[in-house]
Design a protein around this ligand. Structure first.
Ligand code: DGL
Length: 280
């Protein structure tokens, strides 16, 4: 596959996640940029990605990005921290030059890290993320580049995505698994004043996490940050902006059963959606 085989006409913005979590990003992006067209792709059949190895997440993410390019996207947002941590750099450096050097793939980690510098007061930052994101040390590395004096403590939360995907996020059983990670994080660095929800599923656990943490700790959700960063990116890159269509539509694609996708997507978006099944 190279750029001669990809559609050149302007197209929608692609938003990719392993499953449903990216919907929390999509809804904020759409709120900020309502006129554009979007294609959301959830690789639900192969989710979760959080405990998968580097090369598998890279391969799956590249397949998804290539599919979104084939469907006319010139810009794809990896609305998934695990994919941003494990695949973004390789796709940007190794694959885009071959697929099409004029298309763009952006992640969620860098904009989140940029924003956190204005939020923390003492530079003690905690991260909640999947085991894959934590093992990649992507947040530690990106924060060290911008703010070398910050102390970063990353806590892997292997049960949080399954809780959300199994509709347990609001139930009493979730409290145990939330407290397990919040207590451990704060025991590892009691000075933390800011915590990043470094997984796009975690906003659905926000009220439990808020309850489990002292009030003076700021909890950072990514949706709004990523949306503002994309708005800024498009204003700085008119050549990309010109390749995006504006019909205010959203198409939902899933690699799993579309009825199953629609049922859970409704929980994330608070409105019903119709999805189409594809294979990658
Ligand atoms: N939503 C993904 C993220 O932001 C994690 C879900 C998964 O483990 O697949 O990391």
């Amino acid at each position: 596959m190279n750029h001669n085989q990809l559609p050149s006409a302007p197209g929608p913005i692609g938003v990719f996640d392993s499953g449903y979590g990216g919907l929390t990003i999509l809804s904020e992006i759409r709120r900020a940029l309502p006129d554009y067209d979007y294609i959301y792709l959830g690789d639900n059949a192969r989710a979760p990605y959080g405990s998968r190895s580097f090369d598998i997440v890279y391969r799956f993410t590249l397949e998804a990005v290539t599919e979104l390019f084939r469907r006319g996207c010139h810009l794809v947002i990896l609305a998934c921290n695990t994919a941003s941590a494990k695949a973004l750099r390789s796709i940007q450096q190794l694959d885009l030059p071959i697929l099409d050097p004029d298309r763009r793939v952006l992640g969620v980690i860098r904009p989140t890290v940029e924003a956190v510098g204005d939020i923390t007061r003492n530079g003690h930052v905690g991260i909640f993320a999947t085991p894959g994101t934590v093992a990649s040390e992507s947040y530690d590395i990106e924060i060290a580049k911008l703010y070398p004096d910050f102390k970063v403590t990353a806590q892997a939360c292997p049960m949080w995505v399954p809780l959300v995907e199994n509709r347990e996020a609001d139930r009493p059983g979730a409290d145990y698994f939330v407290r397990q990670e919040t207590d451990t994080l704060l025991s590892r660095d009691p000075l933390i004043d800011t915590v990043i929800l470094g997984c796009t599923h975690y906003p659905l656990l926000y009220s439990k996490i808020r309850e489990a943490m002292p009030d003076d700790i700021t909890i950072v959700r990514q949706g709004d940050i990523v949306a503002r960063s994309l708005e800024d990116y498009l204003s700085r890159h008119p050549e990309i902006n010109a390749r995006l269509t504006r019909g205010a539509s959203t198409q939902y694609l899933t690699t799993e059963n579309p009825e199953k996708f629609s049922a859970l997507a409704t929980l994330f978006l608070q409105h019903p959606v119709t999805a189409t099944r594809i294979t990658l």
